[in-house]
Design a protein around this ligand. Structure first.
Ligand code: ADP
Ligand code: AMP
Length: 207
């Protein structure tokens, strides 16, 4: 199965993707994670990607598709994947369609995790992660266990979040119409406990 988790920054895409990996036996492909790893490597490409991430702007489609394609081609994604944070533009959606078609695949479902704007800033500014495991926490809603040293993403400030949300509305939300036409979109309420949201997604997918 090829599945897109869609929604604004902080909707819970990464959190829910990690849970679905276990359940569905397919990997999570997060372009945000891939770009942060590239930035950490200190490469020329990484420095360029970082300049967009720091502003809360989208990276150019050509670079994003290049990073994504290299990951999709890895062996563990041969039976499907959970796309988290990709596609974020119509051009990326078209590129994904082409890449999957070459493999005899298509986007089976787009799960939109709906969270109101009023919840977003608190979720993002409270987000922390364990650099050793990649596990994502929230200082209030999903606190890290005692003794776990967590870090905060550089772009998880109130100022950058405002830009990321505006970017989402202007450039990413319109991608939903592309998938609506294909009849593959399901919407779930993203407000509630982590477990409640997982159950809603499972019900929407029929798994
Ligand atoms: P995204 O990948 O969509 O940007 P994340 O999965 O990283 O979002 O979640 C953003 C923040 O919100 C994290 O700190 C996460 O722990 C927290 N979070 C995720 N799901 C929920 C939820 N249902 N209720 C409250 N907080 C949540
Ligand atoms: P995320 O981890 O999904 O919140 O993404 C963090 C940042 O990485 C975004 O604000 C963008 O700058 C960049 N990014 C991630 N995915 C994409 C994408 N599909 N297209 C363009 N930029 C992206």
């Amino acid at each position: 199965m090829d599945l897109i988790l869609f929604g604004p920054p902080g909707a819970g895409k990464g959190t829910q993707a990690k849970r679905l990996v276990e359940l569905l036996g397919i990997p999570q492909i997060s372009t945000g994670d891939l770009m942060r790893a590239e930035a950490k490597s200190g490469s020329e490409l990484g420095r360029e990607l970082q300049s967009y991430m720091s502003k809360g702007a989208l990276a150019p489609d050509s670079l994003t598709i290049q990073v994504f394609k290299a990951r999709l081609e890895q062996d563990d994604a041969k039976n499907g994947a959970i796309f988290d944070g990709f596609p974020r533009t119509i051009a990326q959606a078209e590129a994904l369609e082409g890449l999957l078609a070459e493999l005899g695949r298509k986007v089976d479902k787009v799960v939109v995790i709906e969270v109101p704007d009023s919840e977003i800033v608190g979720r993002i500014t409270g987000r922390r992660s364990d650099p050793a495991t990649g596990q994502v926490y929230h200082i209030t809603y999903n606190p890290p266990p005692p003794g776990v040293e967590v870090v905060q993403r550089k772009d998880d400030t109130e100022e950058v979040v405002t830009n990321r949300l505006a970017t989402y509305k202007a450039q990413t939300e319109p991608v939903l119409a592309y998938y609506d036409k294909k009849g593959v979109v399901v919407r779930v309420d993203g407000v509630g406990s982590l477990d409640e949201v997982t159950e809603r997604i499972k019900a929407a997918l029929g798994v």
